[in-house]
Write a protein that binds this ligand. Structure first.
Ligand code: PEP
Length: 252
């Protein structure tokens, strides 16, 4: 945790669920929210954003998309523009998730352009960065993440409250996590890079950890310095697990 930052627990539901299931999950998170000492965000599939946003209207739980196009509108079959997400009730958008980078060949330059589109639409971007296992084994993890940060974040990202999620690719959906020391070292590295690039305002940028966070490891991870919350994939699909992770946020 970083003093002065309210932790955020975010759920990435990926390509899962029916709209009824999404609404049920949203209902459970909404009902638990008042007793939780953190901010909450859920990112349903595009098709469910509007129904989930309607369910969460007036609650403290925010809704995000999982991606957006770099252009606000136009001839881009199958894509979703940031203003459409905003219109559907989203306030946040995940960008540069490693599954987007791998499945759709997204580069940091494209993430930069998407970030600009998100900011222009009034959405808070949550930019995901992280190294592969081969890059970590080769001792390049910090360099890779540093480069992703410097190539993905436009001017205005920090002052608009943009969020970073460090998600080692090899930890996503595998049940494996880096050591606590490795997570803390990477988050300290990211904080230094951001402050160097954007100035002292970046001291208050939320740095989330993501990759196999579950109720059993959440408390230890969330207690680390410069870890200001978590981006949760698989465990966010089970309401009790997601809520248990949020309950593990250390009391400030
Ligand atoms: C993710 O994909 O953002 C993620 C963190 O997944 P998981 O929690 O399932 O590892």
């Amino acid at each position: 945790m970083t003093p002065g930052i309210r932790p955020l627990i975010a759920g990435n539901w990926k390509m899962n669920g029916s709209w009824r299931g999404s609404r049920r999950l949203a209902d459970a998170v909404r009902d638990a929210a008042p007793a939780l000492d953190c901010s909450l965000l859920v990112c349903p599939p595009f098709l469910h954003v509007q129904a989930v946003a309607a369910t969460l209207l007036g609650s403290p739980v925010a809704v995000g998309g999982q991606d957006c196009h770099a252009k606000p509108s136009g001839a881009h079959t199958g894509d979703i523009g940031a203003p459409m997400l905003r219109d559907a009730g989203a306030t946040h958008v995940l960008l540069g998730h490693s599954e987007r980078r791998a499945d759709h060949g997204e580069s940091s330059a494209l993430v930069f352009a998407k970030c600009e589109a998100a900011l222009a639409a009034g959405l808070t971007p949550v930019v995901c960065v992280g190294e592969t296992e081969a890059q970590r084994d080769a001792g390049h993890a910090e360099a890779v993440v540093g480069q992703q940060l410097s190539e993905s974040l436009p001017l205005g990202f920090i002052t608009a409250g943009g969020i970073i999620a460090y998600e080692p690719v090899w930890a996503i959906g595998t049940g494996r996590t880096p050591t606590e020391a490795d997570i803390a070292a990477m988050h300290a590295h990211m904080r230094r890079r951001l402050v160097l690039a954007f100035g002292p305002t970046a001291e208050l940028t939320r740095l989330l950890y993501g990759g196999s966070v579950k109720p059993s490891n959440a408390a230890a991870i969330l207690a680390l310095p410069d870890v200001d919350g978590a981006l949760v994939g698989g465990a966010s699909l089970v309401a009790d697990d997601f809520i248990a992770i949020a309950q593990a946020v250390p009391r400030g």
